[in-house]
Design a protein around this ligand. Structure first.
Ligand code: OGA
Ligand code: MN
Length: 278
């Protein structure tokens, strides 16, 4: 079957159709996937039905897989698990469980691992079990936002450094780290504007982990960061309705993403994420 593509949104996000990376990871196919990723920021491939092993193999196309930190139930492994299922027992985790409270942070626009000194190039999320309704993942483009600005505003932003901290963002959602967990994190400083070395296109490193602008008062920094987050969303959202077997790859340097609600007491959802370090 020939490989074709289908745009999912006018500004970003592309579906690749007819790909079976299990059988065909030739250098041509790898190049095609990487080009789609660099050009479109969000890449959807359906019917892959990955398991952990094939996901790790596929992930290596993009680079080095990071080990997850923090309070995610899969912390310490190469996966971040987004799920309401307790892996040991196979049963649904109650909504008041700490593991569910942690995942609430995903409902706010964010970039995975933006709070790390070595931030993330991309995330790869594979759908293992999906609810029949709700639980979409949504995306918006901080590249499109940057490219839609005047040259004057672009230049102003180009000069800024932004500090990301997950202790700040999790506190916003009411999640308290233990002292031991919190000690694993620091505040990460990044240039607000990121240039993709493959195509020279620029984007903004924002989202819920973005805390303050270096050298600015916290209040002024919050005003800028919140308005940039809002503007990225207002320029257009792609909402991905998951089917089992789907894989979505997103650029953590050029788009924001967020989870959306589903009935966690009624439906099962199991998604496995690998995260590629920049
Ligand atoms: C993630 C994430 C959203 C979702 O895996 O990083 O934010 O819908 N997931 O599960
Ligand atoms: Mn995420």
């Amino acid at each position: 079957m020939a490989i074709t593509t289908n745009p999912l949104h006018e500004n970003f996000a592309l579906e690749i159709i007819g790909l079976n990376p299990e059988q065909d990871l030739s250098s041509d196919v790898k190049a095609l996937i990487l080009k789609a990723f660099n050009d479109h920021s969000v890449v959807v491939i359906r019917n892959l039905f990955m398991d952990d092993e094939s996901q790790l193999r596929f992930s290596q196309i993009f680079g080095e897989v990071e080990v997850s930190l923090g309070a995610n139930p899969s912390s310490g492994t190469k996966f971040a698990r987004q799920s309401n299922i307790d892996i040991a027992s196979g049963t649904i985790i109650p909504p008041d469980d700490r593991r569910m409270a942690y995942q609430k942070g995903n409902y706010l626009w964010h970039m995975d691992s933006s709070f790390k000194d070595r931030s993330s190039l991309c995330s790869i999320l594979s759908a293992r079990e999906v609810p029949p309704e709700g639980g979409n993942t949504e995306f918006c483009s901080t590249r499109h936002l940057f490219e839609s600005m005047t040259a004057e505003e672009q230049d102003e932003l180009d000069a800024l450094t932004i500090e990301h901290d997950i202790r700040f963002s999790r506190a916003l959602t009411g999640f308290a780290y233990t002292e031991q967990e919190a000690a694993r994190f620091t505040t990460a400083s990044h240039k607000l504007v990121r240039t993709n070395p493959n195509n020279a296109r620029k984007s903004l490193l924002i989202g819920i982990h973005a805390w303050r602008i270096t050298g600015w008062s916290e209040e002024r920094g919050r005003e800028l960061i919140e308005s940039l987050n809002d503007r990225a969303e207002s320029l257009g959202v792609y909402s991905h309705k998951w089917l089992p077997g789907d894989v979505v790859i997103w650029d953590n340097q050029a788009c924001l993403h967020r989870a959306t609600a589903y009935d966690t007491t009624k439906y099962r959802r199991l998604m496995q994420r690998t995260t590629i370090a920049l």
